[in-house]
Each structure stands twice: as C-alpha cells, then as structure tokens.
Design a protein around this ligand. Sequence first.
Ligand SMILES: CCCCCCCCCCCC(=O)SCCNC(=O)CCNC(=O)[C@H](O)C(C)(C)COP(=O)(O)OP(=O)(O)OC[C@H]1O[C@@H](n2cnc3c(N)ncnc32)[C@H](O)[C@@H]1OP(=O)(O)O
Length: 176
Amino acid sequence: MRTTFVVPDDLDAPRRGDDVVAPGDTIPPHNPMCYGCGPRSPHGLHLSMIAGEGVTATGELLVEPRFEGGPGVIHGGILASVFDESMGLGLMLMGLTAVTVVLDIDYARPVPIGTRLRLDARVLGTRRRQVYAEATATVLGADRAAGEPVAGAHGLFVIVDPHAHFGPTRDLGQKE
Ligand SMILES: CCCCCCCCCCCC(=O)SCCNC(=O)CCNC(=O)[C@H](O)C(C)(C)COP(=O)(O)OP(=O)(O)OC[C@H]1O[C@@H](n2cnc3c(N)ncnc32)[C@H](O)[C@@H]1OP(=O)(O)O
C-alpha cells in the first residue's frame, strides 16, 4: 500500500488500558447516535469492531447500495468515515478518548457495491497527547492476490478530556 503519510520513528509503544474489553469481544460504541458506530444512528454505518491483541481491532463492512459514489462503487468519503471510526474504536482499547486531527486515505482499488470488506486497525504508537494509528481494508472472499488491501488509512488522533471537549456541544446531540 503506497502512502505519503509520515509516521514518526520515535513513538512510544501503545499501551492497552486496564478496564477495556478482552480480545475477541466487541468494542462498545462510544455514542449510540454516532454516524460511524452508533446502533441508533438512523442513517449511520453501524460499524462494529472486535478487540484484538494489544491495541488492534478488526471488523467487517458490507458495501451497501446506499454507500455508492461512482457508478457501482463505494464513495471515497464513506470509506474515509469507515477508517476514521475503525481506528477511533481501536484506540479506545487504550482506555482514553482521542479525536481525529489528521486522516489520510490511500485508495488503491475501486470497491464495488456488494463487496464485504475486512477492516484491520491498529495503534502504532503515541507521542505526548498524539496517537498514531493505521487501518487497512481487504476484500473478503476474493481471490485477489494474497488479500492485498484495496485501501488503507493513517490517522493522527489527539487525546482529550471528554467532558471538557464535548461539554459545550453535548446538548446539540440527537436524542434517542
Ligand atoms: C465520549 C467518548 C467519545 C469518544 C470519541 C471517539 C471518536 C472515535 C471516532 C471518530 C473520530 C472523529 O471523527 S473526531 C471528530 C473530528 N475531529 C475533531 O473534531 C477535532 C477538532 N480539533 C480539536 O478540537 C483540537 O485540535 C484538539 C482538541 C484535538 C487539539 O487542540 P488542543 O487541545 O489545543 O491541542 P494542540 O496543542 O493544538 O495539539 C496537541 C498536540 O497535537 C498536535 N496536533 C494537533 N493538531 C495537529 C495536526 N493537524 N497535525 C499534526 N499535529 C497536530 C499538536 O502539535 C500538539 O503536539 P505536541 O505539542 O504534543 O507535540
């Protein structure tokens, strides 16, 4: 996967939080109305990720017709949202809240509607409040050479205090 994103070479190793879900368990949505992971979001992606070992997570996404961009293929912005959320859920395994400040997507192949994608996300490391993560999307059930990713992403997230960060906007959120 080609990328122009530069990952610093002096990152601290990511540490899994103490009170987070075990490997093999579903990472809970951080907000039921979240467009990415919220089960109650009316038009959302309803993305779900499973915790892996360390600070890694995997998930699947069926590319539904409502995700169409170019004729018969996924919209690039939808795929960007999928990557943003899959990395965001993955880094919750560190037991902290962080928000995206940089999202970098590499679109390697068109992704047809009806495709089932496997998502692999992992935190690469941290530097002070910065958290670097990456993710890939691979076609499930395809005979594409050795499961080569069709797209990849890097994200830079910044750790925030959730009460301070979301306090001013919390009342604007959709009510369930
Ligand atoms: C309830 C559960 C919810 C859980 C929520 C989980 C969500 C998961 C999935 C969805 C994720 C999203 O889409 S989040 C939505 C989209 N993102 C946002 O709305 C974020 C908007 N941005 C911000 O609010 C602000 O930039 C902050 C709070 C993130 C940072 O501002 P700040 O607190 O003033 O901190 P600041 O000093 O600027 O930056 C901290 C460090 O990060 C670096 N830094 C900051 N921005 C950048 C940048 N663009 N590129 C490089 N580096 C950067 C700085 O150099 C600094 O490094 P150094 O000095 O340490 O070296």
